[in-house]
Structure formats: structure tokens, C-alpha cells
Design a protein around this ligand. Structure first.
Ligand SMILES: [Zn+2]
Length: 197
């Protein structure tokens, strides 16, 4: 549609998650009109991410060293591991300030449709972290959707012979929501996670 470089940029932007063709075009033309300094900062931060950021050798969270900040923090308890799908989930849970244990980032969820099985995730690595017996509790905080539920069920089954306390995050109904509009997964989980008042 456009000539060379502009179209290449639109194509590259369009490959990013959540960026449709229209957004890709809007971002591309925004960048074309932007100051060279602004574009330079964007390019530099992309290059820095490529060069400096890697994944923690223990939990597979993003890290700027061999181990991430959380795994290096001696104040975090070693007996509880919270399993999440992506590094962004670590950030979300950290924001709640409710959890003082460690994490394990799977790198996705089991999805037969997309051909993603346990071997494509950091499941083996999780199992070897659980082997030495210092972990006593596993909190499975995968997403509350079909893939996340399937992953949670798989992990719960896998670790059941180890005698750990295994829990799944209670997922509630959205505050301010209406019961009749909740989908069955949400409502089912809310029911399961009910507590005495
Ligand atoms: Zn880590």
C-alpha cells in the first residue's frame, strides 16, 4: 500500500500483539512525524531490552542479571511459590503487596488449539524447584480462562503426590457487576471460592 520503508514499518508494527492494521498505520505515521530525538529514544530502548534483559535462571521472570530482583531478595520466603503465565502477571501480583514468596513464570498456558503443551512451558523447571522439599505451598495463579484453568488442573494433578498445599486464586465477580451477566467460568469459580461471612 505504501512505499518500501513505510510499509515495512507498518508490517512490523502489525505483528505486535494487540496491534491491528489500523493501529499499525497510525503508529507508523506518528513515528514519521515525530522528533528524531523521540524516535532515537525508542530505538535505544528496544536495543537495550534486546541486549540487557534476559530471563531469571530460577523463576523465568524478566531479569537484568542471572537472577531476577525477587529471587535475589533474601527477605522473600522460600517456602511458597506462586505460578503465573507471564512476567506481567508477576508485576500485577507484586502491585497488590499481598505476596511475600517467590514466583515461577511458565511462559504461557496449555492450549491444545495453539499446539502448546506442558513441554513448551517451564513445567520441568518448576518440578525440579519442588524436588528438594523446601517449598511447602504452591499457589497457582494462571489466568481465569480455559487455557489457564487447564494449566492449573494439569499442575495440581502433577504435584499432588508431593504433598504440597496447592491453592488456586479465588476469582470473584467483578465489583459493581451483575450476577446474570457473569460467564459460567467466572460464576463457577466465584461459587467455588465462596467464604463464610
Ligand atoms: Zn527469579
Amino acid at each position: 500500500m505504501y512505499e518500501g520503508a513505510v510499509q515495512d514499518l507498518i508490517d512490523e508494527l502489525g505483528r505486535l500483539p494487540g496491534v491491528g492494521p489500523k493501529s499499525a498505520q497510525r503508529i507508523a505515521f506518528h513515528l514519521l512525524a515525530a522528533d528524531a530525538a523521540d524516535v532515537g529514544r525508542l530505538v535505544a530502548s528496544l536495543q537495550r531490552v534486546q541486549a540487557e534483559v534476559r530471563f531469571c535462571s530460577i523463576c523465568f521472570n524478566v531479569a537484568e542479571a542471572d537472577q531476577c530482583r525477587i529471587c535475589r531478595d533474601p527477605r522473600r520466603s522460600l517456602d511458597t511459590i506462586c505460578v503465573v503465565e507471564e512476567p506481567k502477571d508477576v508485576v500485577a501480583i507484586e502491585r497488590t503487596r499481598e505476596f511475600r514468596g517467590r514466583y515461577h513464570v511458565l511462559g504461557g498456558a496449555i492450549s491444545p488449539i495453539e499446539g502448546i503443551g506442558p513441554d513448551d512451558l517451564k513445567v520441568k523447571e518448576l518440578m525440579s524447584r519442588l524436588m528438594d522439599g523446601s517449598v511447602t505451598e504452591l499457589i497457582i495463579a494462571t489466568d481465569p480462562n480455559l487455557e489457564g484453568e487447564a494449566t492449573a488442573a494439569y499442575l495440581a494433578r502433577l504435584v499432588s503426590p508431593m504433598g504440597l498445599a496447592v491453592s488456586r486464586l479465588a476469582s470473584g465477580l467483578p465489583v459493581g457487576g451483575d450476577l446474570e451477566y457473569a460467564d459460567e467460568v467466572t460464576l463457577g469459580r466465584a461459587f467455588e471460592g465462596r467464604r463464610r461471612i
